[in-house]
Design a protein. Sequence first.
Lengths: 197, 197, 197, 197
Amino acid sequence: MARVPAAERRNDLVNAAIQVIASHGVDGATTRRIAERANAPLATLHYCFQTKELLFAAVFERLTERYREVLIENDVHGDLVTTARAILRGLLNWYLESDSEFASASFELISWAQRQEEHPAVTVYNEAFNVVRSILARAAAGQDVTPGTIDQIGYVLSTLTDGFVVNWLTYADRARAAEQAEIVVEVFDAWLAAKLA
Amino acid sequence: MARVPAAERRNDLVNAAIQVIASHGVDGATTRRIAERANAPLATLHYCFQTKELLFAAVFERLTERYREVLIENDVHGDLVTTARAILRGLLNWYLESDSEFASASFELISWAQRQEEHPAVTVYNEAFNVVRSILARAAAGQDVTPGTIDQIGYVLSTLTDGFVVNWLTYADRARAAEQAEIVVEVFDAWLAAKLA
Amino acid sequence: MARVPAAERRNDLVNAAIQVIASHGVDGATTRRIAERANAPLATLHYCFQTKELLFAAVFERLTERYREVLIENDVHGDLVTTARAILRGLLNWYLESDSEFASASFELISWAQRQEEHPAVTVYNEAFNVVRSILARAAAGQDVTPGTIDQIGYVLSTLTDGFVVNWLTYADRARAAEQAEIVVEVFDAWLAAKLA
Amino acid sequence: MARVPAAERRNDLVNAAIQVIASHGVDGATTRRIAERANAPLATLHYCFQTKELLFAAVFERLTERYREVLIENDVHGDLVTTARAILRGLLNWYLESDSEFASASFELISWAQRQEEHPAVTVYNEAFNVVRSILARAAAGQDVTPGTIDQIGYVLSTLTDGFVVNWLTYADRARAAEQAEIVVEVFDAWLAAKLA
DNA sequence: AATGAATGAGGCTTCATTCAT
DNA sequence: TATGAATGAAGCCTCATTCAT
């Protein structure tokens, strides 16, 4: 096996971990499988990441980044309602993309993360939440909206998104999920309209 | 030695499994741990349930039952809006109850179940959905509501509930979750009002 | 399960054991499988035969009996050569019979029996040998044959038979085995002719 | 810790397996016992041979090799009769050698092998048969002998050998077996003489 | 007398990790 | 530095057997 510099290996391993988690679940994501997917010798995994836990931490960092990207990509720089809805749609679409291992993987990791010392899940959530908040805050700039309201919008955003994902992962029926995405947006709109009335 | 009827033993084991799953996650729910929790030798577990998988199937049955009970307990026999909201509140409260290992366990099991041949997760969902539908249908009896609408209400109900749970399991902060439950109900109300207007 | 008297059960269990040994091998012949085949509760096996070892001892007794029967059935009461050859043919045919679990079972048991305290395999062999000897002795009555020669004939008989079985069990090809039986008889004839010349 | 090359470790394990099979039987040849005999931790066994079955496959390869060696060592390069008899004697002596776990092990494995998917027992037999055939063919070079006859000689050779071994393993009485070896050779000679007359 | 229930011992295998080079 | 080799701990499961009724 060709000797590959550690930095590159780290990258490969994180990617491999995400793929394996997405397809085999957290508990199916063994070091061997991950190393194999990364085309790296098993020992290399521990050479690059002293511990499986540390590898997963890196996975979390990557997921955090990716969330941020998705959010920013979907920032339409419009008014509050328009912007919030765009974010929601962006997230739903992202989850629906077939190759979005990121989505399944991050979902897979939620309950695992809970049982870790450092609660990395919370970190991901907080990070994502901060990005959402800052996007919404700018969108609300001219309008008369309290920070509390923005937080609530963020919460509803994530609640709807997560609820949507649970169903989508359970049934794995894309057509059905696409329809449901519409309903989710409808719900969001109704609430926003009532809220900001 | 204690000569316990098999039915009871099976019961104990299912309970133990639920507790262990709730506290250690699906992958942390080893046969050893479950047997220990049930105060039974490991071999007894395999005497009662030839296979770990079969034990988990029994867990699913139990969860399905429990869901049904919770739903029925929260049927207020009012009109559609009142009834739907009562169900939502009932579910949220149930999830919030401290000793509700059922909730965490069933959530834990979702992604595991997905990877099983028979997809028991889908079964739980379908069962729960049917109960919700029948309750809502009766509530809507005199009113002019299409079956499609009732299905949508069911879907929104479960989406909001699941989204709520994800957050609650992530942060494990009861006070915060209690507040968020209010928001969730608010969202539901807003959408229902708009929908049925 | 209907309560069945122990005596009858013993019989069923021995039969079941022979069948299971023949089809699953000695090590595949578990108490559970045997009980199941005998249509008896597992505990009954140990009620009838304190130990698996004791059950197998009974199996050996049965095999010994059966060997004796086969030998006697094939005693043509002719002269030495005729009689000896008839016995050989009888044994080969018996082994070739498709439903002859006795044959496979007894062969399966040889090496197992070696490792038992009481060496039951030796007993079966000795018993069979004695029967052969007495048949041959009578056949040789008028002729001038030493006891040593009769023992040798017995030994060659069993050597050829066993060698034949090994091949037959290995290849499990009946047509081939049938041809080989002819050769075996040919070998026996040649030796007997030379010996008694 | 001793940093032994994998090839050597594999070798040790195969040897250990043969010894354990010879002394404890196929079903008594547990991974634990084999590892212990090889002075290796249990996990090492599975590092070298993913599966017990694969280890046993390696055992078969070794046995096949050894058979070939024994046959070739006993090729006296004489005429057909001389050569055939030399092979028979060589095999009988080999089986009689006290440290010949190979012999007992290979016999032990026959019935086990039958129940394997790939029937490795057949492979051992076929291999051995081919070697015998080629040796005999060369010995018969100048003589007027059909291939069919050579095959028959090979078959009789193995039948006599196997029959001899069954008895030897059953009684484990070396003196007796030595005498019987003489008879076996006598039988072979008589048949060959008649055959080639 | 006969059997459902129960179990300690041990089966094979896989895990994350560490060692030696 | 990077990796083949090695391993203790733990995974699930099955065995022959015994207990309590």
